[in-house]
Design a binder for this molecule. Structure first.
Ligand code: PEP
Length: 246
């Protein structure tokens, strides 16, 4: 079970310090893995604050080149050097705001993997695909265009674009159907098994029903991960879910 906290461009140094104070009073479980994706300048700062805790840090994106004239970009090698274990690739905000294409996302994912980062590859349909009944087909095609050629461990995050930051989520059978489809598509095309996280308006109220979906291997949480109380409540729900399913 995996909990990814995507802080996006939020939480400054003072807020991060307060967030981490509360983490030290919490008893983490070895069964649930957690990774926080802070804003880039605070990577080292956060890493130092949580180094005694079983939480890793990750990058919100990386370039496909390791060095060069790419102003404003970050090298996968530099993420590795600052202690990152994971990187998110292909987030819908990168696709829409920064015009990252499927092909570029594939290159970024491959480069991150070659640099020994674990990749969380994001895919998801927009509302009109869902309403017209094309969601499965769209995500399949997007996935096939973005999948790196060679990987050992890959996490896929299913994040319907219409669900991110809106408070709307697909129903549990739609989530299950999509996760099952993603796993089958990857297995058929690469002979590899992937874990699939659900992302999009996950919060303290809906976490239990999402974790009860059979094909959900964890969650990618944006807004609700900014408050330590909610982050820990979501983490605790994952521990409880695992304990109940033994
Ligand atoms: C995200 O941006 O990856 C995300 C899931 O955001 P939110 O939880 O705020 O919808």
């Amino acid at each position: 079970m995996f909990i990814a906290a995507n802080w996006k461009m939020n939480l400054d140094k003072v807020s991060i310090s307060k967030f981490c104070d509360d983490l030290y009073n919490y008893k983490f479980s070895s069964k649930v893995e957690a990774c926080i994706f802070p804003s880039l300048p605070y990577m080292d700062y956060l890493n130092n604050l949580i180094k005694k805790l079983p939480i890793s840090v990750g990058g919100q994106n990386c370039h496909y080149k390791s060095h060069g004239a790419f102003t404003g970009e970050v090298s996968p090698k530099f993420l590795r050097d600052t202690g990152c274990e994971y990187v998110i690739i292909g987030h819908s905000e990168r696709r829409s705001i920064n015009n990252e294409s499927d092909n570029e996302i594939k290159l970024r994912a491959q480069s991150a993997i070659d640099t020994n980062l674990k990749v969380i590859l994001c895919v998801g349909e927009n509302l009109s695909h869902r309403e017209k009944g094309y969601a499965l087909k769209f995500v399949e095609q997007q996935l096939l265009k973005c999948l790196p050629n060679d990987f050992k461990n890959l996490l896929v995050a299913y994040e319907p674009v219409w669900s991110i930051g809106t408070g709307k989520i697909p129903n549990v059978s739609e989530i299950n159907e999509m996760h099952d489809h993603i796993k089958k598509v990857v297995l058929k095309n690469t002979n590899k098994k992937v874990k699939v996280l659900y992302g999009g308006s996950v919060n303290v109220e809906n976490i239990d029903s999402i974790l009860n979906v059979i094909n959900v291997d964890g969650v990618l949480v944006g807004g609700a991960s900014l408050k330590v109380k909610d982050f820990l409540a979501i983490y605790s729900a994952a521990v409880k879910h695992l304990n109940n399913s033994i």
